[in-house]
Design a protein around this ligand. Structure first.
Ligand code: BGC
Length: 453
C-alpha cells in the first residue's frame, strides 16, 4: 500500500467555487427574505404583488386513516405522466399505475392537444383495468402554480419546468380536462379534487404520520406546501370544516424573481435562466431542482475547462453541449466511495473525456458537491423559515422528488443544515414520501368524498 494521495480539489478550483458556497449568515438572511415573501403571499393587500403566491388549496383536513374507497388519479408535472388506480381501506393501500410519455411537441403544443392526450391515456388505462363501466372519483395532481377557487377549480397562473402549452394560462384546468373527456364521449369520471404534488406529498405522509405538517418536492421542480391557520391565510374564503387550518401551496420556486436572490446568484445561474423556456421566472427553483442541476454543474465544468483548470484545458464536444450533463450524473459521481472514481470515470468517458487525471476526478466531484450542497442548503433555509413560522414543537416533513430520492447525501445535508437554522426547541425529521403525488391525490379525493360540500 502506498501513501493515500491528497484528495482535495486544487486551490484554484476551490477558490473559483467559493461563490457557490453559502454561509450560515447568508442562509439566515435568505430565511428572513423568504419569510417576508410568505407573509406577502398570505396577506390580502399584498398578495396581488407577491411573488411567492401562497395559494390556498382548500384542503383543510389531514387524512384520519379511516378513508376508504377506489379512486383514479392523474399525475402531471413530474418526470412522468401517470394514471393510477388506488384502493384505500383502513391500514391498507393498493395501487396500480401506468406511465405514459408526454412528448416534447405536446409539452410545447396547444392546451387542447395536451388534454386530449391526457384523456386518451385515461381511456387506455381504464380499458386495461376494466373500469369503463364505472364512474370513479378522480384526484388530479397538477404540479404547476394554480389559483384555486375551490377544491375542484384550478386556474393556471403560469407554466413551469419546460411545459408551455398555449391557451391554458388563465383557464380552469379541471374544465379543460372535462372538455377533453366530453370530446371523446366514452369515459365517465367525477373530479373530486385538483391538487399540487407538494399537497399530495403532505397528505400521503400525514396518512402515516400525524406530525407531518410540510410537504416538500425536490425533483424536476421544487416547491413546498404547509399547514397554516385559516386566520393567517387572509384570502381564504371557504367554510371552516373544523380544523381551523388550511394547506398552503407556497409555490416557492418564484422566490427571487424580483432580485431577492441576486446577491447569491452566479453567472451560471444567469446562463441557466437565459436559456430556459421561462427566463426571469422561477429563479429559486432554477438554483435547486433536478431540471437544472446537471446543467449548472456542466456550465461550471465547461468554464473551468476553458480556463485550463480541468482536463489540461481540453474539453470535448459533448461537454460543451447544453444539457449533456444529466442531473443523475451529479448523484452518481457523489455516490463514488471516497477515493474511488468509478462512476466519475465512466461519465467523463461517456462525455468523450479520456485524458482525465485523478486530480480531475477530485475536482469534478468537488464541483458537483458545491452545486448539490448549495441546492440542499437553499431548500434547508426555506424549510427552516417555515418551521420557525409554524412554531410547532415536533414536525415531520414529507419529501418526494428525484433529487432528494437519488442524491446520496441530500437527506443528510438537509438534516444538518436545518438543525443549524431552526429555532431552539423545534424537533423535526424528514420522511421520504412513497409516491406522494399518486397516493396523495387519492387521499385528497377520499377526504373530499367523506366531507361532501
Ligand atoms: C411547480 C410547482 C410544483 C413543483 C414540483 C414547480 O415548477 O410550479 O407547482 O409543485 O414544480 O413539481
Amino acid at each position: 500500500m502506498g501513501f493515500r494521495r491528497c484528495c482535495q480539489a486544487t486551490q484554484a478550483v476551490r477558490e473559483r467555487c467559493k461563490e457557490l458556497i453559502l454561509s450560515d449568515d447568508t442562509l439566515r438572511e435568505l430565511q428572513r427574505r423568504f419569510l417576508e415573501n410568505i407573509q406577502r403571499g398570505l396577506g390580502k393587500d399584498t398578495n396581488a404583488s407577491a411573488l411567492v403566491k401562497c395559494f390556498i388549496t382548500y384542503v383543510q383536513d389531514l387524512p384520519t386513516g379511516e378513508e376508504s374507497g377506489k379512486f383514479l388519479a392523474l399525475d402531471l408535472g413530474g418526470t412522468n405522466f401517470r394514471v393510477l388506480l388506488i384502493e384505500i381501506s383502513k391500514d391498507h393501500f393498493e395501487m396500480r399505475s401506468k406511465i405514459f410519455a408526454i412528448p416534447q411537441h405536446i409539452m410545447l403544443g396547444s392546451g387542447e392537444r395536451l388534454f386530449d392526450h391526457i384523456a386518451d391515456c385515461l381511456y387506455k388505462f381504464s380499458k386495461e383495468e376494466n373500469l369503463l363501466g364505472e364512474t370513479l372519483p378522480l384526484g388530479f395532481t397538477f404540479s404547476f402554480p394554480l389559483i384555486q377557487k375551490s377544491l375542484t377549480t384550478g386556474i393556471l397562473k403560469c407554466w413551469t419546468k419546460g411545459f408551455n402549452c398555449s391557451g391554458v394560462v388563465g383557464q380552469d384546468v379541471v374544465q379543460l380536462l372535462l372538455d377533453a373527456i366530453e370530446r371523446r364521449g366514452d369515459l365517465k369520471i367525477s373530479v373530486m379534487a385538483i391538487l399540487n404534488d407538494s399537497t399530495g406529498t403532505l397528505m400521503s405522509c400525514a396518512w402515516l404520520n400525524r406530525n407531518c405538517r410540510i410537504g416538500l418536492i425536490v425533483g424536476t421542480g421544487s416547491n413546498a406546501c404547509y399547514i397554516e391557520k385559516q386566520k393567517n391565510a387572509e384570502l381564504f374564503d371557504g367554510e371552516d370544516l373544523g380544523s381551523g387550518n388550511v394547506l398552503i401551496n407556497t409555490e416557492w420556486g418564484a422566490f427571487g424573481d424580483d432580485g431577492a436572490l441576486d446577491f447569491i446568484r452566479t453567472s451560471y445561474d444567469e446562463e441557466i435562466d437565459k436559456n430556459s423556456v421561462n427566463p426571469g421566472k422561477q429563479k429559486h427553483e432554477k438554483m435547486i431542482s433536478g431540471m437544472y442541476m446537471g446543467e449548472l454543474a456542466r456550465l461550471v465544468l465547461e468554464r473551468f475547462t476553458k480556463e485550463g483548470l480541468l482536463f489540461g484545458g481540453k474539453g470535448s464536444d459533448a461537454l460543451f453541449t447544453r444539457e449533456s450533463f444529466y442531473t443523475k450524473y451529479v448523484s452518481e459521481i457523489e455516490s463514488d466511495r471516497p477515493g474511488s472514481y468509478t462512476n466519475c470515470t465512466e461519465i467523463l468517458e461517456e462525455l468523450g473525456i479520456k485524458q482525465a487525471t485523478e486530480q480531475d476526478y477530485i475536482n469534478v466531484r468537488f464541483i458537483c458537491e458545491c452545486v448539490s450542497r448549495r441546492a440542499a442548503h437553499l431548500v434547508s433555509a426555506a424549510v427552516a423559515a417555515l418551521l420557525n413560522k409554524m412554531g410547532e414543537k415536533k414536525v415531520t416533513i414529507g419529501i418526494d422528488g428525484s433529487v432528494y430520492r437519488y442524491h446520496p447525501h441530500f437527506h443528510n445535508l438537509m438534516m444538518e443544515k436545518i438543525s443549524h437554522l431552526v429555532d431552539p426547541g423545534i424537533v423535526f425529521d424528514l420522511m421520504l414520501s412513497e409516491d406522494g403525488s399518486g397516493r396523495g391525490a387519492a387521499l385528497v379525493a377520499a377526504v373530499a368524498c367523506a366531507h361532501p360540500r
